[in-house]
Ligand binder design. Structure first.
Ligand SMILES: [Zn+2]
Length: 408
């Protein structure tokens, strides 16, 4: 199949090519270039046209909780720990059927807005099978919340998505929730299990100032969570920073996708860079929870892999990556982050963060055909990336592995 459009964004360097096309066979991009040359090179092939559209790599949402319904407005709090406790309370009113419904709606929202790959934190066991059915590319991270001071068995970990086989479209991972909701002993076990089974790890880390204050044994709001959950405060992590703590217990490695990473010191950035840790940036969630601004420019300058994630509807109004990209550009462009940088972290950066950098993230021969078509921006300022960021709300077509999973 040949897919052509007014503009294609092609290659590792995301070059905009007017009147371009890609030739796809068995889910893989075989060639990309000027439409006339592609049509000549592959005569007689079916041609799908998207006039008035930009063809670009599918968006990678590296961090979501698709099982959660829209709770943001009802659980708002004036502190991070207040929000966490409100979320626990709100979830008491939810049934398994609510999680099924939310998973379905949220998967649809991803497809309609051009997300082709998602890093999903699975807590209730409803999203993996629906993601598999949807045809989206997924890393399912099974969530672990366990504050115990005992040696467990790896088999104790409830891997919700275990029933589903790994494939080129579905990979398994583990998500110890945070350094303060999973004990050191369990974190060490999880790291060992991940190394043995070659799994990615996603951890909400260095998110709030409360987390750092807890580590430093200063007064902090998270003590309320420990009281509520009847956890022993002596099991809480200790250290000068979250990354220093994770490094000390041997949890830092290239497997780690550090979600949020807002409260970081320059030394943390050195540790992360050395260990090849990737970062999931969730700027709208950070804003909602009042945790501050993540130092994106510092991470990019240090050469740390950064992907973009929406997080859940418990902290953001939509799961639309274009909204996330727009907001990221808004808060970081004064630091020297360009629209093209944002575009890159939302595509190739996210692909790398999830361990799929050779397969997806760019439209070039040899990569999987994860492609979206979005409307050509009405205004042409000469910077296609900022024009796309300003105008794009949803997409015309979403293709994963050469298969169209959504078309307007
Ligand atoms: Zn999250």
């Amino acid at each position: 199949m040949i897919v052509r459009a007014s503009i294609i964004v092609t290659g590792k360097h995301q070059r905009a090519l007017y009147g371009g096309a890609v030739f796809i066979s068995h889910g893989t991009i075989i060639d990309a270039g000027p439409a006339s040359a592609i049509i000549r090179r592959f005569p007689g092939k079916k041609i799908v046209q998207f006039p008035g559209a930009v063809l670009m790599p599918g968006l990678v949402n590296v961090h979501a909780h698709l099982e959660l319904p829209f709770l943001r407005n009802s659980i708002r709090a004036n502190s991070f720990s207040g929000w966490v406790l409100n979320l626990i309370q709100a979830k008491k009113g939810l049934k398994q059927s609510d999680y099924v419904l939310s998973s379905k709606d949220n998967i649809n929202a991803l497809m309609q807005t051009g997300t082709t790959t998602v890093g999903e934190i699975c807590t209730h066991g409803t999203s993996p099978i629906l993601l598999k059915k949807s045809g989206l590319r997924t890393v399912v991270f099974d969530e672990i919340i366990r504050m115990e001071d005992r040696e467990g068995k790896s088999s104790d970990f409830k891997v919700q998505s275990q029933g589903l086989r790994q494939s080129s479209l579905l990979q398994h991972g583990l998500s110890p929730h945070t350094p303060y909701t999973v004990s050191e002993k369990v974190l060490r076990e999880v790291a060992a299990m991940a190394a043995k089974k070659d799994l990615k790890l996603a951890v909400h880390v260095a998110e709030s100032k409360d987390e750092i204050r807890l580590l430093q044994r200063k007064k902090n709001g998270l003590e309320k969570l420990y009281q509520f959950a009847h956890w022993d405060l002596s099991l809480a992590p200790k250290g000068t920073s979250s990354f220093e703590y994770l490094n000390r217990i041997g949890f830092i490695s290239p497997r780690l996708l550090a979600v949020h990473a807002v409260q970081v010191t320059d030394h943390d950035i050195i540790l992360m860079k050395r260990a090849k840790v990737s970062v999931a940036h969730c700027p709208r969630s950070n804003k909602e929870l009042g945790v501050g601004k993540m130092p994106l420019k510092k991470f990019l300058d240090a050469g740390i892999t950064v992907g973009l994630g929406t997080d859940s509807l418990a902290s953001v109004p939509t799961l639309n990556m274009w909204d996330e990209m727009r907001y990221a550009y808004k808060i970081h462009h004064r630091d020297g982050v360009s629209a093209e940088d944002i575009f890159r972290i939302a595509t190739i950066g996210g692909a790398k963060a999830l361990g799929w950098d050779k397969e997806i993230g760019a439209l070039e021969p040899g990569r999987k055909a994860d492609i979206i078509a979005v409307p050509l921006p009405k205004k042409n300022t000469g910077d296609l990336y900022s024009d796309l960021l300003r105008e794009t709300k949803s997409c015309i077509m979403t293709m994963v592995n050469g298969k169209i999973v959504y078309q307007k």
